[in-house]
Structure formats: C-alpha cells, structure tokens
Ligand binder design. Structure first.
Ligand SMILES: [Zn+2]
Ligand SMILES: [Zn+2]
Length: 394
C-alpha cells in the first residue's frame, strides 16, 4: 500500500500549533534533517511527510463505501497533488490507479465480462449449442422473479461451460458461487424445482456423439427462454444484469440480506475454526438473530459482534476446559446480549473487514455491484431501501 499509515502517529506528541508550524516550514523548503531533529520525530528525514496525520475531508466521499475520505498531505515537491484515502475500505483516490480490494474486483469483473462476451462471440458454435432447447413446463424469462434470475446468473458466473453454453459442476457446486454449502444446495434445488435448469447429458444429443465420454460430468442446461434473445445474449444478460429499477429495490434488498446472513454464518464458522473451537449445526435462531442485527447495523459491524464474542468464548473455554459448554446456545446468547446492550447504549461499533479478502462470492457481487450498484457500501453501511434511495440521489 502506498499510503503509509504506520508513521502517522509519530507526530502525535506535537500540539496542533506545533504541527501547523512544522508543516508550514516543511512546505516552505526548510531543511528536513533539522526539522526532524528539532521536532523530535522518529522517521527518516526523507519520510517526514509520511508522519503528517491524514486530514478528514467533509466533502470527499469514497466511491465504494460512502465513508468520508482523508486527505493525504502531499510531498513538498508536489504540493498540488490531491490524494485521498478511505480508512474504511482502503480505497485511494489520486493520480495513481487504486489497488484496493474493491477496485481490483471491479476491474476483474469488467475484464471477465469482456472475456465471456469475446469467447461466446468468436467461437464458431453449431446451432445445437446456440439454440435454447425447449423443455416442457419451464418458465419464460419474464416470468422469473429477481431472485430466480440472480440465482441463475450467479451459478452461470461460477460454472459456465463456455464451449457448450451449459452449467458445468464437474467438481461439485463451486464455493465461489454462494456462501455456505447448505445455501448453495438450496439454490440449486430451487432452480431445479422451478425447472429453470435441468440435468443434461451429451447422450441426449444424438447429433453429437463426440461428447459421449464426458457423460459422467454433471451438466445443467438452462431451460428458460426469451423470445427476444438468443442463448448467448440470454447468458450475458443473466451474468451481468443492469441495475434494478426503483420499484424492485425492496425485493433486491431482501435478497441482499439473505446473502448477508449466509455470509455471516460462514464467517462465524471460519472464526470458530480460527480459534480451534468446534463448529455446530446452524439453527434458525442464529439466522433470525443475524437478520435482526442487520436491521440496525452494517454487515461489517455484525462481523464485529461475531468475532468479539467468539474471541471471548475461546478465552472462556480455555479457562473452563473441564466444563461442557453448549457452544451453539452460548454464542447465540452472547451475541444477542451484546447486540441489545450496544443498541440500548448507542455504542459505536466499528466495522470489521471481510475475512476473505477478494473472496466475495459471485452471488454477493452480483447483487451489490450490479443490481444495486452500491459496491462495498452493502458491507460497511446499514442497508435498507430508503438509505439506498438517499445515496442514489447524491
Ligand atoms: Zn471506502
Ligand atoms: Zn480503490
């Protein structure tokens, strides 16, 4: 990271006036070696500027998470350089290309979309690949709910077989499709049940026996059809949908919450493992609790509740190692208690970052980055339809 944070506290012994004086001397070109000595700053003279504290800007807002950004004091030889840093998601806005997690993800998303379009375009496909096969009792595209379209879009993003325009689950359901195995399986079951996808073996296709050997591979075909689109266009519009119109936001935010709850459960399981504690069967009460917390706090804050209570639990179980602790109930109660105290006392709960940097699932990305177009705000800010509407107006 280019914005050095570790030196920023090295001027904390100075009063505001001293700091102001030091900065003005620095920018007017006084010798840096003597400034470092005079003001007793423990940095190399060339890095003096990196010890100046960042300045909170009241105007500059982060494009990813909506937090106010910090102005980074420029070097004296580039006094007009404007650079801002986001303490919440680490996004940098300035002359250089930012390499924060969200910028990298968006860049990758763009590249991936382009690649998929290109692959689907250049391959000289036969008609049987390109055409949407008719399946009895399958719904048409406009009969699908947002949720069903998103489920299918995310599944395509995680497992599209570009050669045959099918969904390929060779190695089981990919982890990057959606959080938690049970949730991934549930989604596939919903899609199968609604006849949106159906198992497909190449043996079905009499015109093409070359693929007979691969019939063990689990493939699913897309059953829905759209009169206005061919199969390529249909797939791209499902994988990279446009932002939803206003009247569909409530529905989309409900879906976002569903994904967030599953991400929180996954985070809880990962954190338990991190502290060498046993994992347990999830009950509905955990989901309900997380849903309640997400009505008042952001997902990053929910992660804070989960992490700090598991940390306490680990310490408690260490000091009571002979005692049996029913972890599922214990944790549920502790998180609930803390949430209620925090709400009652209006505690300021800091946001945790995603535990799996860059490993946000396709389902989660599809909902936040495309349908709602709010990026990482969905993680760091409380999300409800009114807040999203407010943000959009800015
Ligand atoms: Zn940010
Ligand atoms: Zn960035």
């Amino acid at each position: 990271m280019r914005i050095k944070l570790k030196n920023r506290s090295k001027t904390s012994h100075l009063s505001l006036d001293e700091l102001k004086e030091l900065k003005s001397k620095y920018y007017s070109g006084e010798n840096v070696n003597s400034l470092v000595k005079k003001y007793r700053i423990n940095v190399h003279a060339n890095s003096l500027c990196s010890s100046f504290p960042l300045i909170l800007s009241s105007e500059k807002v982060c494009i990813h998470c909506d937090s106010n950004m910090y102005f980074v004091p420029p070097l004296k030889n580039t006094p007009n350089k404007k650079e801002y840093y986001c303490m919440t998601c680490r996004h940098v806005e300035g002359v250089f290309v930012c390499e924060c997690t969200q910028c990298v993800k968006l860049k990758y998303e763009k590249k991936k979309k382009y690649e998929v379009e290109r692959i689907l375009e250049v391959k000289n496909k036969k008609d049987y690949v390109l055409s949407v096969r008719e399946y009895p009792n399958s719904p048409s595209f406009d009969k699908l709910s947002i949720k069903e379209k998103v489920y299918l879009g995310a599944l395509l993003r995680a497992g599209l077989d570009e050669k045959h325009l099918l969904i390929s689950l060779d190695y089981g359901i990919p982890n990057d499709f959606a959080p938690m195995r049970a949730y991934r399986e549930l989604i596939i079951a919903v899609l199968l049940d609604r006849k949106i996808i159906t198992p497909y073996t190449f043996d079905n296709d009499r015109s093409n026996n070359r693929y007979r050997d691969f019939s063990i591979t689990i493939h699913y075909d897309i059953c829905i059809s759209d009169v206005d689109k061919n199969k390529k266009e249909l797939i791209i519009s499902l994988m990279y949908p446009e932002k939803v119109p206003l009247h569909k936001w409530d529905e989309t935010i409900d879906l976002l919450k569903e994904v967030q709850i599953n991400e929180a459960i996954e985070y809880m399981m990962l954190t338990l493992q991190q502290f060498s504690l046993p994992i347990f069967e999830i009950e509905q009460k955990h989901e309900i609790l997380f849903m309640k917390i997400l009505e008042k706090y952001s997902q990053g804050q929910l992660f804070n509740f989960i992490y700090s209570m598991i940390k306490d639990l680990a310490a408690y179980s260490k000091s009571n190692y002979q005692k049996y602790i029913p972890i599922s109930n214990y944790l549920h109660k502790k998180i609930l208690d803390r949430f209620e105290y925090a709400t009652m006392n209006k505690w300021n709960i800091s946001n945790y970052r995603r535990a799996w940097q860059g490993k946000q699932t396709e389902l989660s990305k599809l909902v936040s980055n495309r349908l709602l177009d709010i990026g990482e705000s969905s993680f760091y800010q409380l999300v409800d339809s009114e807040i999203v509407i407010l943000n959009l107006k800015i």
